[in-house]
Structures are given as C-alpha cells and as structure tokens.
Design a protein around this ligand. Structure first.
Ligand code: ADP
Length: 609
C-alpha cells in the first residue's frame, strides 16, 4: 500500500543535519506475540539500514493498571531522554492509546505513525492530532465467518469461541453485534470464558454440520494466559473446521479467514516513518483510507476438510500449498517435454523417411522388373536361331506329311488308315511348333507381375521347348529332372522361368568348346520339408574363387560380349519371391547354382515382397 508525498512540504530533517535516524516502536503486547514479530519484520524490511529501530512493549493485557502505566511512562522517559526517536510507531490500539496520553510529556513534538489499529477503534477516539498518521485496518470478523460458511455450504452451526480478558470481552462484544447478520443462515453458539480444557472437549465433540470461528483469546475462564495464536492452535484440533481473523493464526491448523496482513502493516508503517524522517510534514501524506483484508487459506486444511477449490477466490493467499508436480520439477518437466517433442519429431521424420524409402524401393523394384523384361527380350533374341530351327522341323514334317497325303488321295485307293496316321502326325507337329511359340510369347510379353500359386516342376517343364533347341544347337546334352513331389511356389511364373533361362544359358556358355562328354547340363527341382530348390549344374570350366563374391553384382562379366546382368537379374527375381540364390564351383570341374524358396504352405503366404 503506497502513498503519495507532496514534496513542497519538506522540512529540514535530522538526517540532513547529519544525525542518525531513530525510530521507536511501541507494541501493545509482549515481545513474542506472532503479530508483533510479523509487523516488525515488515517494518525492518522497509526502513533504511542506517535507521536505528528501538522496540518497547506494553505487555498488555498481561500487565495493566494505573501504577504500572505510570512506572512504564517514567521508564520510557528516562530511557529515551538523551536519545529521543525521530518518529514514534504505535503498534496496536493500546499502544496508540498510551502514546496519545503520554506523548506530550515523553516525546513532545515527535511525529507518530500508528499501525495495526482498527478503524472502529480510531472512530471511538477524538480526532487524532495532525502529526499522528497511519492507515487503519479492519479485523474482518464477519468477512471470515462469511468465508467459512461459503466454504462449508452444509454447515448449520456456527460455534464462536472467545476468552475472559478485557480484550477478549471487547472482541466478544464486537462479534455479538456482527453475528446478527448470519443468524438466518446458521444457528450461533458462543463459548465464552470457559476453561481451555472444557473448550477443547466441546470442540472435539462437534459434528460435520459445524464450523468454528475464534479470534483466539488472551485469557481463558480459569485465568490461564495465552497468545491468541496459541489458543487458536489448541482449538484447531477440533472435530470441525476452525477459522480466525488474524494471519498470525496461519499454520496453527485453522483453515483460514479474511485477514489483514501484519507484515504488510509493518511495511506500511515503515514507509510512512521513512517519509517523516525525510522531513515530509504529516499532513502532506496522501494515505489510503484503509488497508483491506484478503482471504487466506491453508492448503493442507482445504484438502483435509474437502473444500471445493472453486469456492476459493482467485486472489486468496494460499499457505503451505504443496507444489504441483510441474511446479516442483519444472526444469525436469521442460526437459522431458523437450525430449518428448524431439522424439515425436524424430518419429514423424522417420515415418516420412520410411514412406519415402518404401516408395523409392517400389520404384527401384519396378525398374528392375522392366530391366528383367528387357533382358528377356535380349535372351529371346539370342534364342531365335535355335527356335526358328525348332519350329522349322515340325513345319517341314507337316509339309512332307501333307504332300504324302496328297499323293495317297490322288492314287484313288482307299488308304484311310494311313491318312489318319498322317493327320495325327501333322497335329502332333503342329502342337510342338505352337508350344514353342507360346513359350516364346509368354517370355516376350510385358505382363503385370503376378502373384499366383504354381508348381515349379510344371514351370520348368514348360521351358524345355525353348531350352532344348538351344542346347541341341550347341551340342550340349540338357537333362531336365523335375521333383518326384509337387514343388509349390507363389509368385510370378514367368519371372522364375527367366531365372532358369539365365542359369541354363550361363551353363551352356560354361561347357562351350569342351569335349562332348563334358557338354552336359542338368536342371533339377528338389524339395525338402520346407524348401523348394531349383538346381542348375554343369561340367564346365567352373568359377575362379576370386570371382565368386562378385558373381551376382550388376555388370560383372568375364565374357567378351557379356553384359553382366543375367545373374544380378536372377538374384533380384529370386529375392522378390522370398528366396535366395547361391553358387558353388570347383575350378575346372563345373558349377552348381541353387535358387531356393520356402514352400508355399497356402496360396497367399508367399509372394513377391
Ligand atoms: P554374363 O553372362 O553376361 O557375363 P551373368 O551375370 O549371367 O552375365 O554372369 C556373370 C559371370 O558369372 C559370367 O561372366 C561368368 O564369369 C560367371 N558365370 C555365370 N555362370 C557361370 C557358370 N555356370 N560357370 C562359370 N562361370 C559362370
């Protein structure tokens, strides 16, 4: 709570004259009253370090009476005669009352600041002298009770506890007036002037329909002295929630209340004292009319009594609030969030990358298939000589058979049996020629890649009409031996046939120029429990050991006019069918190529990747 200083009223201050600043604060109560400690902390915090602060205590209400007051005044007079303060601070109502009565004799013309004085008390006094200033406060008993009833909407009983000292009776009187406004909402019971034991027993028997309000007390029904905070602490063990109007009660176990803040009162008094020490005339100060109370609550009690957090005003001061996980581990949480975001980003990036790789793989595979097709066209070109020869033979046979039939018909003799035999020959030769053409067409056609179940034995047999003519043309004995049992695969039949074609053409190359006995190539299909194997074996010149690792690389060739693509294409086609291919060889003794695939258990379980 700030205030405005009108600078034009500055007088020459003691500080300007080079003296040490001195502030004397007189507290109404004793030295250890929590409210005093809070007030003084605020005061010290605000005064300049060089300002000397003296504190005196009336020790009210424990010590009272005219002779005590006289003696105290004498004591203060003696004590501060040689070292008078520059500003007096009256902390509390009794202190203000005392200083107003004795200031003229004790501290004449010394300006005075009052703090922790209720507005109602001030209005009960004659108007203050012009050099006595301060910001009144309000002990908000009704505000605290209203808070309690709002935070416990099911409460039907309000129990009010006060004590037996004069101050306690003053609070009781204040309360009896203010309580009237709540009588429609709850039934009100006063526990006044009882022994502390009796009070605590009564409070321990309360039910869930009750809330307790107490300003604490200085003295109980049997004359035991307390500070209000001490009394509140004992009462906070009640079986019902306890509320109080002073912030010094916070931490004793009460839930809270609408409270002026004693440290803030000390700071406010300190600011005014600073201005007065600096020479500002008291009448030039523009002070707030009142220091408003604020709602305070003990977070632990809010949870203990299951109070709806929505009912607590947003500007209320929370005490002992356990930090949330985020508040307690802010840095760790930020770190974890950063790591999480980073990880999420990384995962997203990897997913995008994976998709891009998949698309790239698909494109590469497509290109490989195109290449495989181009290679088939090239191979077919190589085979055309042999194939033309192969087709020529049946065509020639058909022609000579047709000529013979013509002769038989012109002879006029009925030779139907011979004619039937000739027609059967023609049909057989025709089928032979068309089988070759069909295979060739199948190899040359550019078809979409298939994923169909088929038997490797059949696929190998189908290739014989294409392979045998080439083998014969080169004078090589080609043996084709299917497996004794079915060899089921799933995939593209023509692509697997292309693997066979490439392996056989290489084998034919390998035996080229060797003596007739070694010009043999054997193709077999083998089958074990879980594999189907295609084996192409030759007795050729074999493969040099240093060539073996590079055999399936693209463009590796040892042939003068070789492209080096046959085996690389074969490996691609084997692998897209989930298989693998390998070569073994002893130099000079021939080579064995084996392509193997897992047996297709059911039609859909295996296929191109
Ligand atoms: P190309 O036949 O055009 O050379 P390939 O990829 O089909 O391409 O073969 C690569 C190389 O592998 C051949 O040049 C040859 O050295 C070797 N090779 C392939 N099959 C055999 C085989 N059966 N015997 C010996 N060497 C072979």
């Amino acid at each position: 709570m700030g205030f405005v200083v009108a600078c034009c009223f500055l007088l020459v201050s003691p500080a300007l004259a080079g003296e040490t600043q001195h502030v004397l604060v007189l507290y109404s109560n004793h030295r250890l009253l929590p409210a005093n400690l809070e007030f003084e902390a605020g005061l010290r915090e605000t005064l300049a370090d060089s300002t000397e602060l003296s504190a005196e205590f009336l020790n009210y209400p424990r010590f009272d009476g005219a002779s005590y007051i006289r003696a105290l005044a004498l004591f203060l007079n003696e004590k501060y005669a040689r070292r008078p303060p520059g500003v007096l601070v009256a902390a509390g109502e009794e202190s203000l009352d005392f200083l107003l009565r004795h200031r003229a004799e004790l501290f004449p013309r010394i300006p005075m600041v009052h703090g922790a004085v209720a507005r109602s008390f001030l209005s009960s006094l004659p108007p203050l002298p012009a050099d006595v200033v301060g910001v009144p406060i309000e002990y908000d008993f009704p505000g605290t009770i209203d808070l309690a009833l709002r935070w416990h909407p099911r409460a039907r009983r309000l129990v009010v506890v006060t004590g037996s000292s004069a101050q306690d009776h003053a609070w009781e009187a204040k309360l009896r007036g203010e309580i009237l406004q709540f009588q429609g909402r709850v039934t009100v019971e006063f526990l006044v002037g009882l022994p502390t034991d009796a009070i605590l027993k009564r409070l321990s028997e309360l039910g869930s329909d009750a809330v307790v309000f107490t300003p604490g007390y200085f003295e109980d029904g049997v004359g035991r002295q307390f500070s209000p905070r001490e009394a509140a602490r004992l009462m906070a063990a009640a079986a019902a929630p306890v509320y109080g109007p002073f912030d010094t009660f916070m931490g004793t176990g009460i839930v809270g209340g609408s409270m002026p803040n004693f440290a803030a009162m000390g700071r406010q008094a300190g600011e005014i004292a600073n201005a007065l020490l600096a020479g500002v005339t008291p009448t030039a100060l523009r002070l707030p009319e009142i220091m408003l109370p604020t709602a305070n609550f003990d977070w632990r009690q809010v949870r203990r009594w299951d109070i709806d957090a929505n009912a607590i005003p947003g500007d209320a001061i929370a005490w002992f609030k356990e930090p949330t996980f985020l508040e307690a581990h802010r840095n760790e949480a930020i770190m974890a969030a950063a790591v999480f975001l980073l990880q999420a980003g990384l995962i997203a990036w990897l997913l995008v990358e994976r998709r891009r790789r998949r698309l790239a793989n698909l494109a590469v595979q497509q290109q490989r298939f195109e290449l495989a097709h181009a290679a088939r066209l090239a191979v077919a070109g190589e085979l055309t000589g042999a194939i033309a020869h192969e087709i020529n033979q049946p065509l020639g046979a058909i022609l000579s058979n047709a000529d013979t039939a013509d002769l038989l018909l012109t002879s006029g003799v009925d030779r139907r049996d011979e004619l039937r035999a000739i027609l059967a020959d023609i049909r057989r030769d025709d089928l032979r020629a068309s089988a070759v053409i069909q295979r060739l067409r199948a190899l040359l056609a550019k078809h979409a890649v298939e994923r169909q179940p088929f038997d490797l034995n059949g696929a190998v047999r189908e290739m014989e009409p294409v392979l045998q003519p080439e083998a014969r043309r080169r004078g090589v004995a080609l043996e084709v031996r299917p497996a004794a049992t079915a060899a089921p695969l799933v995939g593209d039949r023509v692509q697997i046939q292309q693997v066979l074609l490439n392996l056989v053409l290489n084998a034919l190359d390998a035996v080229n120029g060797l003596p007739e006995a070694r010009r043999t190539v054997a193709v077999s299909v083998e089958r074990d429990a879980d594999r189907v194997i295609l084996v192409v074996r030759d007795c050729g010149h074999g493969i040099a050991p240093e060539h073996l690792p590079k055999l399936f690389d693209s463009f590796f060739s040892t042939k003068r006019r070789g492209m080096g693509l046959g085996l690389s294409i074969a490996r691609t086609l084997v692998e897209v069918h989930g298989g693998r291919i390998r070569a073994e060889s002893r130099l000079g003794e021939g080579a064995v190529f084996q392509a193997e695939w897992p047996v297709a258990g059911d039609a859909g379980s295996l296929g191109p990747a």
